[in-house]
Design a binder for this molecule. Structure first.
Ligand SMILES: C[C@H]1O[C@@H](Oc2ccc([N+](=O)[O-])cc2)[C@H](O)[C@@H](O)[C@H]1O
Length: 510
């Protein structure tokens, strides 16, 4: 009897590990890595580039960044782009997501003055990638608003959506023949809360912020800009080039801390207030802002004696303009939070989160913690988030456009915690594929260490380490780079794999 049990256990263990190894990503699953212009390019004032809000803020108010650093040089990808493409080849990437600096190609932000050197830089990068069959995934706006537009109110100006449409035309005209996937905006919520209030310097008024007036106005104008750019692509470029246009929204997984009705209600409002006010207008059949948010804001304005809700209305035409404007749903997914209606001691708050979300969120103590205060490794959270989005929005095509793990500055190249995180993400994505979710690709954040916004260079997300004290900005692969390369090459997660030595080579065919 005892022998039989042992035999069953051995078979089960064997079967379990075989099953794990047999779960493979399909050959057409797109593996890539992501970066953003201000975080890597440097060359902040070279070859005719105009100033953006990050240039301006870090130069005039350096303490806005924890180590008082900036992206003036960053990883110097403006001069090192060939090395960046070489790293993509070393990893065997299918795609690379990067962003275009608006003020590098349009120094004032307006489309009447195009900077040829800026256009040339992105042409060179794209052509270098295409030489090696690496598909460009281009983000058009990743937080770096041209300063001249900010001087006119930036995204809060009623004409913003037209400025963005004009910029989009320049992007599509110059790069649309080779770029098959465009992302209009990266993380609207993060822009409308963190960047706008912290860096776009004119909306720091505490009274204004108490009702998040700027946040919701930003949301409306951003959605209109996104929709106009999408409609433009649809009308004038899709037939000619056959590409796609989408948007990237940050979707963390929010789970009720308990089964109580209060926590269930709290988590619903949190989801709508974190990502629903961007996903609902674009991906739902109904369109417009989500009703949970509308109701909560109407109630709050009455309580605080405001004459109207800070959430602007959409006209029916605007709702129609925005609804359905994404060929794919880009999801930046990093982490999960438990949500409670009652304040907890260990509450984990992000800076400047919206005031309407007067419920509390925190990470489970068991979840491993990264260097970033907001980042933990929560179980199977990609699957949980995409399953909910699929239920809500009728089976869209998803790309994970960012996912990654931070370590502290000065850590060595043996980043086992990052390896653990990436492996967990792969398993969670395989769960999505098993469940029939249309997940088509994954972009690791980030190809290399870079300027991490308000955290400067104190937190590192790269697969490659960048030596920021070296004028050449030498890049060196970390252990996670070897592990990711192994996954891409073999299309499965091998838990036994250890890099033999830390020397990178380019495999044949790359
Ligand atoms: C590390 C990257 O973070 C992205 O922004 C955020 C910020 C906060 C969360 N969160 O879950 O709380 C997720 C993503 C950003 O797009 C990118 O540029 C990187 O800095």
């Amino acid at each position: 009897m005892k022998q039989a049990v042992v035999l069953i256990l051995m078979v089960a263990t064997c079967f379990g590990s075989t099953v794990k190894h047999q779960r493979r990503f399909p050959d057409d699953f797109v593996f890539g890595a992501a970066t953003a212009a201000y975080q890597i390019e440097g060359a902040w004032n070279e070859d005719g580039k105009g100033e953006n809000i990050w240039d301006h803020e870090t130069h005039t108010n350096p303490t806005v960044v924890i180590d008082e650093s900036n992206g003036d040089v960053a990883a110097d990808s403006y001069h090192n782009y060939k090395r960046d493409v070489e790293m993509m080849r070393e990893l065997g990437l299918d795609a690379y997501r990067f962003s275009i600096s608006w003020s590098r190609i349009l120094p004032t932000g307006f489309a009447n003055e195009v900077n040829p050197a800026g256009i040339a830089y992105y042409n060179n990068l794209i052509d270098e990638m295409l030489k090696y069959n690496i598909a460009p995934l281009v983000t058009m706006f990743h937080f770096d608003m041209p300063k001249k537009l900010q001087d006119l109110g930036g995204i809060l100006n009623p004409q913003f959506s037209d400025w963005f449409e004009d910029y989009a035309r320049v992007v599509f005209e110059n790069f649309g023949d080779r770029v098959m996937k465009f992302i209009t905006f990266n993380e609207p919520k993060e822009y409308c809360i963190l960047t706008l209030v912290g860096v776009g310097s004119d909306v720091k008024d505490p009274i204004l912020n108490s009702m998040d007036v700027a946040t919701y106005l930003c949301a409306k104008n951003l959605l209109l800009g996104h929709a106009k750019a999408y409609r433009l692509y649809d009308k004038e470029f899709r037939e000619k080039y056959g590409g796609q246009c989408g948007i990237t929204i940050s979707v963390s997984w929010f789970e009720a801390a308990t089964e109580s009705p209060e926590d269930q209600e709290a988590v619903e409002l949190r989801r709508q207030g974190e990502w629903g006010f961007f996903t609902h207008p674009i991906f739902s059949a109904e369109g417009g802002f989500p009703k949970e948010l509308k109701e909560a804001l109407t109630e709050k304005s009455a309580q605080e004696n405001y004459s109207c809700s800070p959430l602007p209305d959409f006209t029916e035409e605007e709702k129609d303009l925005i609804r359905g404007t994404a060929d794919f749903f880009g999801v930046n997914h990093y982490t999960a939070f438990l949500v409670s209606a009652i304040k907890k001691e260990s509450v984990l708050t992000l800076p400047n989160v919206m005031n309407i979300l007067d419920n509390f969120m925190f990470a489970d103590d068991e979840w491993p913690k990264a260097a970033s205060s907001w980042l933990t490794l929560a179980p199977n959270s990609i699957f949980k988030a995409l399953s909910l989005l699929r239920t809500l929005y009728g089976d869209p095509i998803f790309y994970i456009t960012e996912n990654g793990w931070s370590t502290y500055e000065g850590r060595d190249l043996f980043d086992d915690d990052r390896v653990q995180y990436y492996r967990a993400s792969m398993e969670s994505m395989l769960n999505c594929l098993d469940a029939g979710i249309k997940l088509k690709g994954y972009m690791a954040w980030s190809l290399m260490d870079n300027f991490e916004w308000m955290q400067g260079y104190t937190e590192r997300f790269g697969l490659y380490e960048v030596d920021f004290s070296d004028p050449a900005r030498t890049r060196t692969p970390k252990k996670s780079a070897f592990v990711y390369k192994h996954i891409i090459k073999n299309r499965y997660v091998d838990y036994e794999y250890e890099p033999e030595n830390m020397t990178m080579t380019i495999d044949e065919g790359h």
